[in-house]
Design a protein around this ligand. Structure first.
Ligand code: URA
Ligand code: SF4
Length: 258
């Protein structure tokens, strides 16, 4: 076979594998049982209550809806407001213990106004399912609420303009754990330049005292779009190990054997 044909053959093979695995379950077969889990990070003594009232679930839903409808949908604060079709605020359980934060809407999300509904979203759904949860149990949002043209990475001034919305979402929801998906989410929330391959799998703390956010545990992991691009057993195992730490911290059983 010529080089080109060989490359094509390989690419087709990878695509078929990806489709097959996506049609099945997220947890890679043949790699369970997984290595022993590390104990969850030491939980510090309960910190003093931040100066933000604890809302009941209905009040949380109403507070989020208000920011979405009254501010984000008509937000003019960065250039992305000119090219978006829809804003993508975030969705699902306003009282979730677990929040996933991605990068920014892609084409499917911009079209529908919903986070993680394209191919990466399908893999995220499988990851959530493997944890023994459904989308309705968690909250899913992004650093940016509008799609960057051609899915380019978020620009610093866009992140800065949009940051306040995410902070307010987190302050209302007050999750126990945040999973950051990929580099932009991890580096923005944790204010670090360290890359995801070094950050992933290690518990971090989000503490924005000035914003009334105290000590939320953060688990960085790969972005599902990266896992799809590099669909190796190794990467899936790493992502799954990261999620198992989260399950451990939240006392979740998961769907064993799936
Ligand atoms: N990628 C993201 O980071 N967020 C989405 O909502 C969809 C794809
Ligand atoms: Fe506003 Fe954020 Fe959209 Fe920029 S990305 S226009 S700051 S909602």
């Amino acid at each position: 076979m010529s080089d080109t044909r060989e490359q094509l053959h390989k690419a087709a093979h990878q695509l078929i594998e990806t489709e097959r695995d996506l049609a099945g379950e997220f947890i890679p077969t043949g790699v369970n049982p997984l290595p022993a889990l590390e104990p969850p990070a030491d939980q510090p003594e309960a910190a003093a209550e931040p100066d933000v009232p604890q809302l009941d679930p209905d009040a949380k839903a109403a507070a989020l809806e208000k920011i979405d409808v009254e501010e984000v949908r008509c937000c003019p604060k960065c250039v992305l407001s000119r090219s978006r079709n829809n804003t993508v605020f975030g969705e699902a359980n306003p009282d979730a213990d677990l929040v996933f934060v991605g990068e920014a809407p892609g084409q499917d999300e911009d079209r529908t106004g919903r986070p993680f509904v394209g191919r990466a979203g399908q893999l995220l759904d499988k990851m959530i399912h493997a944890m023994g949860l459904s989308r309705d149990d968690v909250y899913i949002c992004n650093i940016l609420k509008c799609r960057p043209p051609k899915n380019r990475p978020p620009a610093a001034e866009e992140v800065e303009a949009c940051w306040g919305y995410l902070v307010r979402q987190l302050r209302i929801i007050r999750p126990k754990v945040i999973v950051t998906l990929g580099n932009p989410a991890t580096q923005t929330l944790l204010n670090t330049r360290t890359g995801i391959s070094r950050m992933r799998g290690q518990w971090q703390k989000l503490a924005l005292a000035d914003e009334g956010i105290l000590d939320i545990d953060v688990m960085p992991t790969y972005h599902p779009a990266y896992v799809l691009r590099q669909y190796t057993v190794e990467n899936r195992r790493r992502a799954w190990n990261d999620l198992q730490k989260v399950m451990d911290a939240l006392g979740l059983e998961g769907r064993s054997g799936s």
